[in-house]
Design a protein around this ligand. Structure first.
Ligand SMILES: Nc1ncnc2c1ncn2[C@@H]1O[C@H](COP(=O)(O)OP(=O)(O)O)[C@@H](O)[C@H]1O
Ligand SMILES: [Mg+2]
Length: 449
């Protein structure tokens, strides 16, 4: 999209045209949308630099729209025009992710100045720097939603707030989909580094040599295919926050280099001889038990201690079920907006099912199941079938109690054995039976070790 292009979202045709004329007169190309969903669609497809949202949109919560836009395009400038100017409303709008708040009625000069100032700021500020680096993430996490709906997450917030303005490295451990990345972004956002870049690299996504160049950059000609010098993420994240995701998968050789960088605050690009100083707050995340990976010899113990200055474990969703109703409500709104569907009703039975389910994929699974349900339900009431949740007991339902109990016993033993790599002593201890009993059960059910 052309530089300075501005999208105007306003349901009232007269004021929409009026705003369009004012912005055009200031010399910027203009797009217009008459509804929130149209605005969102234009934002994601045409990528204007500025969006001017009239908050008095009928039938939608404009703060939700702002938040959704912020999530979709993290570095867009969002200007909120509103006839409500009380503090609560302004705070809510800014928290949702607005870049600036303009009280209505706003004169032509006010609107033009706001657009011009916002554009100027975006050229020079953090987002401009990020744009130059080609990457980065401007993200306004909804701290309320992330931290305030369960005791367990309130405890996480407490640690995050205490650690945020130190430069201590943070190690986030938790199952996949629990929200580790969101917590990492919250750390960045809460800290003084919030206006600087937030970057991330997934250590499992690249083979070792490419990962090294991704982290530290390389000089031209340092290896086949290195046609020009490329800065690494450590360099680009200077003064910001850097998330090393799935740190447990980092090859040992690279772990040594990372340890040096953390100790010295400087490094060489691949094939380079110039030292580069970097000031980066590191957050590492893993869904593995990193201490166990250390014990297996696949992760350096010294690096483990260096990363685990502040260790935070993010509990699985099944240990903070009180968040489920709030999350369900949040995701339903989000997907109804995204697919322009009417908000479907959720029956008590369905909500109960959602509440009781084990959620092995945690919040990510909940999010995906609700997305599917919104699409399948087409605006009518959401049923358990739309969610495609299989009750963990379904497979035991077709038989008598005795057969069901045996089937369950067999499943549990098989799982525990696999987890303990066939070790009978450990499995017996975990299941609370003696070794002879376990041997007998393994034989009776014909379980392979
Ligand atoms: N508290 C929350 N509120 C809203 N969305 C959440 C929350 N926690 C996680 N999510 C969403 O769930 C998905 C998985 O979260 P993510 O942070 O990527 O998990 P992880 O890094 O632990 O695998 C993402 O789409 C994220 O936006
Ligand atoms: Mg993740």
């Amino acid at each position: 999209m052309a530089s300075g292009s501005t999208l105007i979202v306003d349901a009232n045709p007269d004021s929409r045209e009026g705003l369009a004329r004012i912005v055009r007169e200031a010399g910027y190309p203009v797009l217009t949308a008459g509804s929130g969903s149209e605005g969102l669609a234009l934002l994601t497809t045409l990528r204007p630099q500025v969006v001017l949202v009239d908050m008095d949109l009928p039938g939608v919560d404009a703060c939700d729209l702002i938040h959704q836009m912020r999530l979709e395009v993290t570095d867009v400038i969002l200007l909120a025009l509103s006839s409500l100017h009380d503090t609560t409303h302004v705070v809510r709008t800014m928290r949702a992710g607005a870049s600036d708040f303009l009280p209505k009625p706003a004169s032509a000069t006010v609107v033009q100045t706001a657009v011009r100032t916002a554009l100027a700021r975006s050229e020079v500020s953090g987002s401009g720097e990020l744009a130059a680096g080609g990457e980065g993430d401007r993200f306004w996490p909804d701290l309320e939603l992330l931290f305030r709906n369960s005791e367990r997450m309130r405890a996480v917030e407490d640690i995050v707030r205490r650690a945020a303005d130190t430069n201590a490295t943070i190690l986030l451990q938790g199952e996949s989909g629990t929200g580790k990345e969101m917590v990492a972004k919250a750390v960045h956002y809460i800290s003084q580094r919030r206006d600087k870049p937030f970057l991330k690299v997934n250590c499992a996504s690249l083979p070792g040599d490419l990962l090294e160049s991704e982290l530290f950059g390389h000089e031209k000609g340092s290896f086949t295919g290195a046609h020009r010098r490329k800065p690494g993420k450590f360099e680009l994240a200077h003064r910001g926050t850097f998330l090393l995701d799935e740190i447990g998968e980092m090859p040992l050789g690279l772990q040594a280099k990372l340890l040096h960088v953390l100790q010295d605050g400087r490094f060489f690009r691949v094939g380079g001889s110039e030292t580069i100083d970097t000031d980066v707050r590191l957050v590492a995340a893993t869904n593995r038990d990193l201490a166990a990976v250390v014990a297996q010899g696949h992760f350096r113990e010294d690096l483990y201690y260096r990363l685990n200055v502040v260790g935070i474990s993010i509990p699985p969703l099944r240990e903070r079920r009180e968040e489920i109703p709030v999350l369900v409500d949040h995701f339903l709104r989000k997907f109804c907006r995204q697919y322009d569907r009417e908000a479907p009703a959720v029956s008590v039975e369905t909500l109960q099912l959602l509440q009781d389910y084990a959620w092995p994929g945690n919040v990510r699974e909940l999010e995906n199941r609700l997305k599917r349900a919104v699409i399948m339900a087409q605006g009518r009431r959401i049923t358990p079938a739309d969610l495609d949740l299989v009750s963990p007991y379904a497979k035991y339902g077709q038989q008598g109690l005795r057969e069901a109990r045996e089937a369950l016993e067999k499943d549990l033993i098989t799982q525990a054995l696999a987890k303990n790599k066939g070790n009978i002593t450990r499995t017996a201890a975990e299941l609370g039976v003696s070794r002879p009993t376990l041997h007998e059960l393994v034989a009776r059910y014909g379980i392979e070790r």
